[in-house]
Ligand binder design. Structure first.
Ligand code: DAK
Length: 259
């Protein structure tokens, strides 16, 4: 697939792939094609054994200022139903490899929802997070009311969703929405640092662990514990588990192969 609105580097660093949203003039507004391209690139990375962690980023001014308002403006409810963008978003959410959002500048509406669909968020100190859909007389539609509330709690989520106010990277960090805040010139490097730590681990165990953490979002405790247990057992079916434990015993660094 030729990408028009994203830049893709499957080997950005060893075992780390990068997707850069690339509609700078529109502050990376997420049009339908761009979302399809992200879905496609993620599926390719999932199928590529060399990739162990994925970073999605924008540019210094904007991660993404939301879904493309100009593309949505004239749509009817039935148009939206027929387009069924949720299929694309669901596929993105189902990516098996860990995804880090490296965020600078505006991270709004669908942009914030995309960042929250990723597994971790590293932000520049200039980042601004918000769900301003209410100002357009709509509401978050790609998980914003759910993931934001789970991350920051009811009080702040309600305020952000009902007033559309933005919060700074520091506020987002204190509220538990993001993993780290660093000076703007370092946000991508910091995301790479985090990705490198993940890429050193066993890809099998990483996949099972990611799945298990995500399970906690949509299950009760008992069901989640049961799911975790199955995935825990599954780790012992991998060569990586033998390698990891053997390397510990032999006091050397493990070399994980994802098998
Ligand atoms: N869509 C389209 N164009 C956008 C845009 C957006 N979301 N955000 C910015 N732009 C465009 C501007 O129109 C402008 O284009 P020109 O006028 O130069 O042609 C250019 O980017 C630069 O923006 P500004 O001139 O406005 O720049 P400022 O620095 O003055 O302001 C701003 C930056 C981010 C505060 C402002 O641009 C702004 O308020 N943008 C809109 C933010 C917003 O409301 N975002 C939420 C959009 S609704 C769904 C999934 C998700 C969604 C819906 C459905 N399904 C799965 C069904 C999500 C919905 C949304 O995100």
């Amino acid at each position: 697939m030729n990408y028009e609105f994203i830049l893709v580097e499957p080997a950005y660093h060893t075992h780390i792939a990068l997707i850069r949203l690339n509609r700078p003039k529109e502050l990376n507004a997420l049009n339908l094609q761009l979302m399809l391209e992200i879905k496609h690139a993620l599926a390719e990375f999932d199928a590529n054994d060399e990739v162990r962690c994925i970073i999605i980023t924008g540019n210094e001014r904007a991660f993404a200022a939301g879904a493309d308002i100009k593309q949505m403006e004239s749509k009817t409810a039935i148009d939206m139903l027929k387009i069924d963008q949720f299929e694309t978003w669901d596929q993105i959410r189902k990516t098996k490899k860990p995804i880090i959002a490296a965020v600078s500048g505006f991270c709004l509406g669908g942009g914030c929802e995309l960042a929250m669909t990723c597994d971790m968020i590293v932000a520049s100190d200039t980042a601004k997070f918000g769900q301003p859909e209410i100002k357009l007389a709509i509401m978050p539609g790609a998980g914003g009311t759910q993931r934001l509330t789970k991350a920051v709690g009811k009080a702040l989520a309600m305020e952000m969703v009902l007033t559309g106010k933005f919060i700074s990277a520091d506020e987002a960090h204190s509220a538990g929405l993001i993993n780290r805040v660093v000076p703007q010139e370092l946000y991508l490097d910091e995301a790479v640092k985090l990705a490198k730590e993940i890429a050193l681990q066993s890809p099998v165990a990483i996949r099972l662990a990611k799945e298990s953490v995500l399970k906690s979002f949509d299950s009760g405790l008992q069901e989640g514990l049961f799911f975790e247990r199955k995935n825990f057992y599954m780790c012992f079916a991998s060569d990586d588990q033998k390698e990891g434990m053997n390397a510990f015993v032999e006091k050397r660094k493990p070399d994980f192969k994802g098998k």
